[in-house]
Design a protein around this ligand. Structure first.
Ligand SMILES: CC(=O)N[C@H]1[C@@H](OP(=O)(O)OP(=O)(O)OC[C@H]2O[C@@H](n3ccc(=O)[nH]c3=O)[C@H](O)[C@@H]2O)O[C@H](CO)[C@H](O)[C@@H]1O
Ligand SMILES: [Mn+2]
Length: 369
């Protein structure tokens, strides 16, 4: 199925939007800041509208010709439409989306300013944890490894015990990167595939098996991350929790009906238009080893059922992950600060970009369209 993810308009948001600590979801409730903004805009538009009517009435009364009346009406319609468009883009009341720092099931959504980095690191340091990190670089994707690893050494769980597991079909192409103390890297040689879709969705199965064979003994938390990425800012212990979901940067202010979920009931990843909390990105899968195992195993099983029916969900394992997280709510969400896209300008709400998808030429790096 060909499905196109949209690029999103960069919204202007008032600074006041950030001071509210809200307990609302993006769909079921109005938020305090958006209601204020909505009232203000309605009053402003209403008075501008009344003024316009007066001006146009005066013009119509003065003019004798039919043409001028039509022209005046057209101008009036134009103003109204522009006003509505403006409202649509700026008002959270008409275009509701979440600025929330809590989900409707009271899981925190991590944004800059919601945590104390030193304090949160010190709490987890005491627990002497190991963070396993899987990353897949098959085919030509090995080109992304150097930047990924070097930037991770600079920003990712600095001061913690991190064990990278690099899955690749080209072990000789894994770059030598100087790792910090207590950090190590294991290369896992795997067979390639001739379809990129297969490479991305097979990650679920490989993570499932790695957890069973090693991580249950070797780690406390695990993150599986896309390799065509780079860290630009801190990613630390604030991201730890039982089950983590990252809000996709393209859909954090989108209505659920517009999420690119799998919509065909034949697929195990099917989600009806009336359901959905957030659109989570497939580039990050994380949490406690046991919880991530459950996600990976379930998604692998669902992917297998689909494959037996020759159906592939719109966004492969990302669609299955979204289905899983809808019915097994994550205990913590990471804001789009934790998964941005270099291609897209920084939005006002996003104070810091910590991790981002680099720009790639799909035709150059993927084995098939
Ligand atoms: C930001 C984000 O949420 N990205 C997701 C999105 O598109 P993306 O465009 O980010 O997908 P992608 O091409 O980066 O593929 C996902 C990952 O699979 C691996 N890979 C892929 C192809 C290949 O030839 N070799 C290889 O190693 C690699 O680790 C890569 O990072 O949708 C994909 C599924 O359709 C995945 O869910 C991605 O995580
Ligand atoms: Mn990617």
């Amino acid at each position: 199925m060909t499905s196109v993810k949209m690029l999103w308009p960069v919204r202007r948001e008032s600074e006041d939007d950030h001071v509210y600590h809200e307990v609302h979801g993006p769909h079921d409730h109005l938020t305090a800041s958006s209601i204020n903004q909505g009232y203000f805009l309605i009053i402003a538009t209403h008075s501008a509208f009344l003024d316009m009517i007066q001006i146009v009435r005066a013009t119509i009364l003065k003019s004798r010709g039919m043409k001028l009346k039509v022209l005046s009406l057209l101008i009036l319609t134009g103003f109204c439409l522009t006003g509505l468009l403006y409202l649509g883009f700026t008002s959270g009341w008409i275009n509701p989306y979440s600025q929330a720092e809590l989900t409707p099931w009271l899981a925190p959504i991590v944004w800059e300013g919601t945590f104390d980095p030193k304090l949160i690191d010190s709490i987890y340091k005491k627990q002497n944890i190991t963070v396993a990190t899987t990353v897949f670089a098959l085919g030509k994707y090995t080109v992304f490894l150097k930047d990924f690893l070097e930037s991770a050494e600079r920003y990712y769980f600095v001061g913690f015990r991190v064990h990278y597991y690099v899955f690749t079909d080209h072990p000789e192409q894994v770059p030598v990167v100087k790792l910090g103390v207590e950090r190590k890297l294991t290369v896992m040689t795997v067979k390639s595939s001739n379809r990129w879709q297969e490479m991305t969705l097979r990650r679920m199965e490989r993570v499932e098996k790695l957890i069973e064979s090693r991580l249950v003994k070797e780690a406390d938390y695990v993150f599986s991350l896309d390799v065509d990425t780079k860290f630009y800012g801190r990613w630390g212990a604030e991201t730890l929790g039982d089950l983590i979901g990252v809000i996709h940067p393209g859909y954090y202010h989108t209505r659920r009906e517009q999420f690119p979920y799998e919509r065909r009931p034949e697929s195990q990843a099917f989600i009806p238009y009336s359901e959905g909390d957030y659109y989570y990105c497939g580039a990050v899968l994380g949490g406690k080893v046991k919880d991530v195992h459950e996600v990976a195993k379930t998604c692998r099983e669902q992917l297998d059922i689909d494959a037996a029916k020759s159906i592939e969900a719109a966004w492969q394992e990302e669609s299955h992950l979204n289905k899983y997280l809808l019915y097994n709510k994550p205990s913590k969400l990471l804001s789009p600060e934790y998964m941005w896209q270099d291609l897209v300008p920084q939005a006002n709400r996003v104070k810091i970009i910590r991790f981002s998808q680099v720009i790639k030429n799909y035709a150059d790096v993927r084995p098939n369209p």
